[in-house]
Design a protein around this ligand. Structure first.
Ligand SMILES: [Zn+2]
Length: 412
């Protein structure tokens, strides 16, 4: 297939080429980048897709997904293992409509992502490329304890990580703060988590939103810090220096702010000792400064050189599935360029996942995970909402509003 468009954004955070085309090979790799005429001459047998005023870029990567997060469904009592798998499957396939061809899942119900990947390997289903943790790890009664594994003490931390690695986890997710300035896991426990992961050759991300929890996670040396909502400029500088990547998840906190603001307005005049009202006040007191922290500090933190990776973290009932284009739009609204924003969802994730020799750029020899959107994306990030074509390993998975996720080789 020869894909041609006026603009080509390589994903490196700076390069936009004009009037280029990409030819994909039968091995699922990008075979060559060149002018359309040159490629047609060299590969006359290939189908040509000419998109005109459009942008070619690498398929996007959502670095903070929860494909199997069913806990917030109002009829959660219906969610047994079978329904959870189907829920996770439709969540995963929604990715293609957003131009997403890979995700890092940061805690789903035990075994969900492993089984999705197995089903894809067997040819039962077509889903994005998944890198996944198992279920998250927190202290007893810590953040999200109802949904994750609770551990206390460095040896329980190590044992849980060993179990998860045994069961197929490719990353580990730790959670250590929850809307207060009291850190949850101790420094000793955090250090043990990082040491055990790195000793086993896997990476670990940590949910930390407040201080001193964020500093403790920097000191422990996690590979990525999720949210880091109330971090300081000094934290960002330290992370840049130590090579710790930052997944801000701006969209998640902004959505939660919008929801609780609306609820507060709807209940204006209710007595403040009403328990529902009290919860709303508490939510508002956290999410309003959280939203403002991202809005006011994102650009300064980005400018420290910390590696920013885009993630959506959608867990609320009826929240949009993997709204990565909106996350990138916030980044642009808060001061970086569309070309820089795209890097946070393409080559930066590939580096953090250690797959930069396979994907993350439009580059000869890398996987043909290609997205085409209408218009000039380098001037208007909202062009991401106009997805024309998505290929994964050179195969079309989404085009003109239709998903191509059927199977053909199941019994071959
Ligand atoms: Zn999350």
């Amino acid at each position: 297939m020869i894909i041609s468009a006026k603009y080509l954004m390589t994903g490196d955070g700076k390069t936009v080429l004009e009037d280029k085309a990409v030819v994909t090979g039968s091995d699922g790799k990008i075979r060559k980048i060149g002018s359309k005429e040159e490629l047609i001459k060299e590969y006359p047998e290939e189908e040509v897709k000419e998109y005109g005023d459009a942008t070619i870029l690498p398929g996007l990567c959502d670095m903070h997904a929860h494909l199997g997060y069913w806990y917030s469904q109002p009829d959660s009592f219906n969610y047994g293992p079978q329904l959870i798998m189907l829920y996770a499957l439709q969540h995963a396939q929604a990715a293609f409509e957003r131009g997403i061809t890979s995700v890092r899942d940061m805690s789903s119900a035990h075994g969900v992502c492993k089984n999705l990947k197995l089903a894809a390997e067997k040819g039962f289903i077509t889903i994005p490329k998944i890198t996944h943790t198992d279920t998250g790890i927190c202290m007893t009664g810590g953040h999200a304890w109802e949904e994750v594994e609770q551990v206390d003490g460095p040896w329980e931390v190590r044992k849980e990580i060993r179990k998860q690695v045994r069961d197929g986890a490719e990353w580990v997710k730790v959670l250590t703060t929850h809307r207060s300035h009291i850190p949850e896991l101790t420094q000793e426990e955090l250090d043990a988590a990082v040491d055990e992961c790195h000793r086993r050759g896997i990476k670990c991300g940590v949910h930390a939103g407040t201080n001193p929890g964020i500093q403790m996670c920097i000191d422990a040396g996690f590979d990525t810090i999720e949210h880091a909502t109330f971090m300081t400029l000094d934290h960002a500088k330290q992370m840049a220096e130590k090579g710790i990547a930052w997944t801000p998840t701006i969209m998640a906190y902004t959505l939660l702010y919008d929801i609780c603001k609306e609820k507060m307005e709807n209940h204006a005049g209710a007595p403040v000792n009403d328990p529902v009202m009290q919860k709303e006040i508490k939510d508002y007191q956290y999410f309003e400064p959280a939203y403002k922290a991202y809005r006011d500090n994102f650009k300064a933190f980005y400018d420290t050189g910390v590696t920013v990776i885009a993630g959506t973290d959608m867990v609320m009932y009826q929240s949009p599935l993997l709204p990565l284009p909106r996350e990138l739009q916030y980044m642009v609204e808060y001061g970086i360029t569309p070309v820089q924003a795209i890097q946070t969802a393409t080559s930066n994730p590939a580096k953090v996942l250690g797959v930069e020799d396979q994907r993350g750029l439009i580059k000869e020899g890398l996987d043909a995970d290609i997205l085409v959107v209408g218009g000039n994306l380098s001037e208007d990030i909202t062009r991401l909402n106009d997805v024309k074509l998505v290929t994964m390993d050179g195969k079309r998975v989404f085009e003109d509003g239709i998903r191509y996720v059927g199977t053909s080789n199941m019994f071959m």
